[in-house]
Design a protein around this ligand. Structure first.
Ligand SMILES: C[S@@+](CC[C@H](N)C(=O)[O-])C[C@H]1O[C@@H](n2cnc3c(N)ncnc32)[C@H](O)[C@@H]1O
Length: 431
């Protein structure tokens, strides 16, 4: 399998969420791990899709593809296992009269001003009262949030979700930690910043202003697009009767990044998770790309030649790894990817394309060419490989990218992000 290092996507920002920050609706909640909605435009240009064709993203995260697909008038299916991210994805597809929403802002503002005791106050790391030396939210922020949240309880669905999205966003704007790769990093001087009610209110109103603005300027027509909450491996099995023309997706990278952990504050804030056991249960449903959950061991190991040579080297280095389950995790990850690619193949129309944005990994100095292995798995389960298109080499340890690892000879492994492009039908030869 050959990597196309001269692809049209080389050194672009297609694998980042940069463009979402100022784009209508996408900006309602931006996560660092998102890719660019502009990638959909490119994929549509390269495939023979017209608007009646369905698009799917089985790992839709913050809803980039469900939103971008719906804006382009395609009925789009998203699947997301994390209840907070599914909530964000769904909210971005909502339409409500801006006037209705604006009418409720004073009501919620009143709740914020009045504030209310929060169930999170006693949770360790959430507040000062939890007993830790560092806490994510000052009590005033938690209470302002709770006061606002309670006012949304009886509102009709679209307005309630949009107000709640702005409330969570404002709480995270006032969090003492900021998301930084696999963990939350405390802001410099977080104690002296004394983030409280006035900052919370300011952020809430700022967020509501642009949500309102986007409802005006970027209205959405309901066209059957849908976001399912759940495990893609399961949902793809259960929902049988549809076919798609384009799948554009980015599964979790093979980098031990646990989204349930990273989005833990938001999961508790929206009350999707209220106990640690629920968080453990959620982890069980995530793709086996991290060792934070005790998942069943994989059974398959026939993932092609690139996989075979890599896994042996990896097993030989187990003793120097920070976790001895890493080689099993790598095997389990490819078993999950195979499962998803097989299920997607069964739902693909004859001319369908599948683009998967992915990064390579390295453990104990052994490079894992995730993109090339996925391409080989794709071929094994009935896809044709169009190309593996290089997006960029990763220079630093980004948010969802592990550090460039030193390989066994002391050289640095250059990790890369690329797009694995698969097709259901024959691949035209390149000129
Ligand atoms: C790289 S992110 C996708 C980001 C997305 N492209 C965006 O633009 O926001 C991968 C997503 O897969 C989700 N995920 C992990 N395991 C899953 C599973 N078993 N089923 C569905 N989604 C899963 C994670 O919660 C995460 O949101």
């Amino acid at each position: 399998m050959v990597l196309n290092a001269e692809s049209q996507f080389r050194d672009t920002n297609y694998s980042t969420s940069e463009s979402a920050v100022n784009s209508p609706r996408h900006r309602w909640y931006v996560i660092k791990e998102a890719f660019s909605f502009e990638l959909l435009e490119a994929a549509l240009n390269e495939s023979s899709c017209d608007t009646k064709d369905r698009i799917i993203d089985p790992f839709c995260g913050s809803g980039t593809i469900p939103l971008a697909g719906t804006v382009k008038k395609h009925s789009t299916i998203g699947i997301e296992v994390n209840p907070f991210l599914a909530f964000v994805s769904r909210a971005k597809l909502l339409q409500c009269r801006p006037k209705t929403l604006e009418k409720y802002v004073p009501l919620v503002t009143k709740g914020i001003r009045a504030s209310h005791i929060s169930p999170l106050e006693k949770f360790s790391t959430f507040s000062e009262d939890g007993g830790s030396s560092k806490w994510l939210f000052n009590k005033e922020v938690l209470r302002s949030y709770e006061g606002g949240w309670l006012k949304t309880t009886d509102l009709a669905a679209p307005a309630r979700s949009l107000l709640r999205l702005a409330l969570v966003g404002a709480a995270m704007d006032c969090c003492n930690g900021v998301q930084d790769g696999k963990c939350l990093r405390y802001r410099k001087d977080w104690k002296s910043l004394k983030l409280g009610k006035s900052q919370f209110l300011e952020h809430f109103l700022r967020r509501m202003a642009y949500i309102s603005e986007d409802l005006h300027s970027a209205p959405i027509e309901q066209n059957g697009s849908k976001v399912y909450l759940g495990d893609a491996r399961q949902i793809l099995k259960e929902k049988q009767n549809y076919k798609f023309k384009l799948c554009l997706t980015s599964p979790p990278y093979l980098n031990s990044f646990d989204y349930s952990d990273v989005y833990r504050p938001e999961l508790f804030l929206i009350k999707a998770i209220t106990k640690q056991e629920q968080l453990r249960a959620l982890r069980q449903k995530t793709l086996r790309s991290h060792v934070q959950a005790k998942w069943p061991n994989p059974e398959k190991s026939t993932f092609g030649a690139s996989y075979k040579s890599m896994i042996q080297q990896l097993a030989d280095r187990t003793q120097v790894m920070w976790n001895k389950r890493l080689p099993i995790m790598v095997q389990a990850y490819f078993e999950d990817i195979e499962n998803v690619l097989t299920q997607l193949r069964a739902k693909a129309l004859a001319e369908a394309s599948l683009w998967m944005v992915i990064s390579t990994s390295a453990y104990a100095g052994i490079e894992i060419p995730v993109d090339l292995i996925i391409a080989e798995i794709g071929e094994q389960v009935g896809w044709k490989v169009r190309e593996v298109a290089l997006i960029r080499y990763l220079r630093s340890s980004g948010q969802h990218i592990q550090k460039q690892a030193e390989n066994a000879n002391g050289n640095s492994n250059r990790l890369r992000e690329s797009i694995v492009m698969l097709q259901a039908g024959p691949v035209a030869s390149r000129k």
